[in-house]
Ligand binder design. Structure first.
Ligand SMILES: [Fe+2]
Length: 292
């Protein structure tokens, strides 16, 4: 099979590139699909959501359904073949995490997702071992912040494309098995998470799909100390700071959610409204959105 992500197959890459750029969504409004009930989508709604995912690996849905709980998010995911929820040590029993500012839970305290601090560009689960790679996730907004908390989103395939266009050696370097290391995390009991060394870009041998593992954090990360790797990382940082029309900026409001194939994303700092703190449900899965 011809894989566009094969660096030795320029013809397949160029064909894919043209098709991708032709179809990729560049106006944020084009990403948004209104749905009636996330628990049971109509055929037309499901098709509209999938169409955005095929073009840009993500879709923003908006619903007035009420009430929405963790189970709703789980039922929504199932309609896209998403059933292997990642068992996060901070997640609730169903494997769905309540992302909110946490002040009373000792375990979560100090982890940026559970604060009101900004989060730099990343893909989810970049510290996970390969068997627990996060290929998709749903983020559903219950309450937005009093101020701030916007996200930026970029299809990881577009990031790959832009980097490969500027220098194919950047892709080669970022595909090396030792490109990026997240050091081990220790707690009172010893090693809580082993060090994870792996590539930024990898291609699933079974499906041929591209996966990206990345964080723009500068602490607790070790990049391979080689000139091309460091130049590639700098080029990626520059791309993420650019005004590329494929970078979508938006704020999830109550009833809105993101369904995606683990695209690149960040989060701005926010300030909570004391009466209704920002609350998002997050479900992470090991499989990609089916037929996307
Ligand atoms: Fe994230």
């Amino acid at each position: 099979m011809q894989n566009p992500f094969d660096l030795d197959n320029t013809a397949a890459y160029l064909r894919w590139r043209e098709h991708k750029l032709d179809r990729a969504i560049t106006d944020t409004g084009g990403l948004v699909v209104e749905i009636r009930d996330p628990r049971s989508l109509t055929e037309a709604e499901r098709a509209a959501l999938l169409e955005r995912c095929r073009r840009s690996n993500m879709v923003i849905y908006t619903t007035h359904a009420d009430p929405v709980d963790e189970q709703t998010v789980q039922q929504f995911g199932l309609q896209f073949g998403l059933n292997s929820l990642d068992a996060n040590w901070l997640a609730g029993e169903q494997g769905i995490t309540r992302v909110t500012v946490c002040t009373d839970d000792g375990k979560r305290q100090g982890y940026i997702p559970y604060t009101d601090h900004p989060i730099k560009w990343h893909t989810d689960g970049y510290y996970n071992p390969p068997v627990r790679q996060i290929r998709s996730f749903v983020l559903h907004c219950m309450h937005s912040a009093g101020q701030g908390g916007e996200n930026r989103l970029l299809d990881h395939e577009i990031a790959y494309l832009m980097l490969r266009d500027s220098n194919a050696d950047f892709i080669r370097a970022l595909s090396a098995a030792d490109a990026m290391t997240i050091p081990e995390r220790t707690d009172e009991q010893g090693v809580a998470r082993a060090a994870q060394t792996g590539p930024v870009f990898s291609v699933d041998p079974a499906s041929g799909e591209l996966h990206m593992r990345y964080t723009a954090r500068t602490r607790s990360i070790v990049w391979k100390q080689d000139a091309t790797t460091l130049a590639a990382v700098a080029a990626l940082e520059k791309l993420l700071a650019s005004d590329l029309p494929h970078i979508h900026g938006l704020r999830l409001e109550p009833g809105m959610g993101l369904l995606c194939n683990n695209v690149l994303h960040d989060r701005a700092a926010f300030e909570d409204d004391a009466t209704a703190p920002r609350l998002l449900f997050r479900a992470r899965y090991h499989e990609r959105i089916a037929a996307s």
